[in-house]
Design a protein around this ligand. Structure first.
Ligand code: ZN
Length: 124
């Protein structure tokens, strides 16, 4: 199995597919899964996803969420409330987003110069 190289095409935002893992039998939500690929293609074989269990802050990678079983009754799980979220990548450099400060327009500088010359000529 070859690791997929990281892609740098879109460093700013990342689309993540998330869904709750719910039990067919008792309806318990046994965690939520995250994947960078669509979760809709359920028939195209298992894909590794990140599993976050309720009450735990760490995520674990599971090769096939279908092998997971309900923590309460060991029933089979299905995906519920699937959603697509867009996240900003943490390493994003906000300083690049600062609006560039332009110099004052030339017309304004010209006006100020004329006013100063007028004031000087009146003072003389
Ligand atoms: Zn259950």
């Amino acid at each position: 199995m070859t690791p997929t190289p990281p892609t740098f095409d879109k460093p700013v935002r990342r689309t993540v597919f998330v869904a709750d893992l719910k039990c067919y039998m008792c309806g318990t939500v046994c965690g939520s899964i995250e994947s960078e690929q669509s979760l809709d293609g359920a028939t195209r074989g298992p894909r590794p996803v990140l599993l976050r269990k309720p009450g735990e802050s760490t995520v674990t990678q599971v090769a096939d969420w279908r092998r997971e079983r309900c923590t309460r009754c060991h029933g089979p799980l299905y995906l519920d409330e699937s959603d697509v979220v867009t996240r900003r990548v943490d390493s994003y450099n906000w300083l690049d987003e600062r609006p560039r400060r332009g110099r004052p327009p030339k017309r304004l500088l010209e006006e100020r110069r004329r006013e100063r010359e007028l004031a000087e000529s009146q003072a003389a």
